[in-house]
Design a protein around this ligand. Sequence first.
Ligand code: F0G
Length: 471
Amino acid sequence: MTDHHIPQTMGQQFGRRSWAEPWKIKMVEPIHMISREQREQAAADAGYNTFLLRSADVYIDLLTDSGTSAMSDRQWAGMMLGDEAYAGSVNFYHLEEAIQTYYGYRYIVPTHQGRGAEHLISQAVIKKGQFVPGNMYFTTTRLHQELAGGTFVDVIIDEAHDPTSLHPFKGNVDLDKVQALIDREGADNIAYISLAGTVNMAGGQPVSMANVRALRELCDRHGIRVYLDATRMVENCFFIQEREEGYADKPIAAILKEFCSYTDGAWMSAKKDNLVNIGGWLAVNHEDVFDLARNMVVVYEGLHTYGGMAGRDMEALALGIVESVQDEHVQARVGQVRYLGELLTDWGVPIVQPVGGHAIFLDAKRFYPHIPQNQFPSQTLAAELYLDSGVRSMERGVVSAGRDPKTGDHRYPALELTRLTIPRRVYTQAHMDVVAESVKAIYDNREQTHGLKMVYEPQYLRFFQARFERI
Ligand code: F0G
């Protein structure tokens, strides 16, 4: 017998070395798949909108990574240390210190979640009629900019709008587009640059350090400030570490601090990177902006030392920030997303490439080429996936894009995507297998699938509450 016939473990056989999550499970939450018949009923009751499903009717919930992460035992212990004083809670000072330490900004205003901070920064720094250039819109961000009298202008690189482009930093700002806007409208008519890392609507795509550095230089020449949507900035730093020269040996925490140093402040949905179920913050370096925001927070959120969060929430958040910047945590988090992406890619399912930080984005235009965009291919895909396996995903296409405030027509984005968003530290590899197999099953059945028509449309952020019927 040759060596080849000696039984070996798989590891020895392939020289294979797997990685695993840097945690083990201490408490479980049972989940259960209801029958196909019940799913048909639940989908119809929800108007084929996954936001209107009851969570008890969902098996694997990939609607969002927002507020859906599992907290650690240390964070839960922190919940018991809540100082629920109305003013000057101990936990606020822990939070302030964590943000100053890891993000590096000077002044902190807590808010109940990300859009609370978006409201404050938009109202504080946008003058009516000003432009707000940004690396692709995000739904709530752009709405708050518009409500403050601003006009959002997309200045992301063209590659971001192409789901097949393999550009390593598809979140980058196109500096020529910024320069052209400055030349056309004048620097005084630009409120600030709205920079997001990673870019959610582009597929969780990162911005490079070189790009933010160059953006900073350009803005310095014109006296324009740069504010960062730091919601998934830690994941952005993972891609810099992986792809950008000179950063392979730098810890995520150091990369984060450097990136933020090129910006004047940030707003944060702490429900994502920061590993909490609720919370947000605004952090800025300029005292004038801080004064305005701190004054406004007492009108809209709560006193400036809690901003809508309980003391215990701020403690969990302060601890979550520290956990969120640990290299092995971020590697496992993005690694799990990538695992799902690789399965789907191997099976020929069209997804946004390269795979981003928080989600797999199915490319509904290529998935259902026979369904026109005004019959909502991404919405259809989300409904079909739920019907097949009880997996909940989210539309990120024409429904999310809403209507043009001037013409009233649908905005038809180049990207018509369905997002499978992975909560942090919640699901296992086996869950990812189940999801991938279900996507494959509906892909195989794609030619038999018809689109949807919208039968109810709310005025703001319509994707949350719109209702549809099958065609
Ligand atoms: N910015 C980005 C990039 C976001 O993804 C979100 C929320 C917000 C701001 C607003 O924060 O929800 O705490 O008020 N995104 C969620 C999602 C809803 O599912 O992508 P929030």
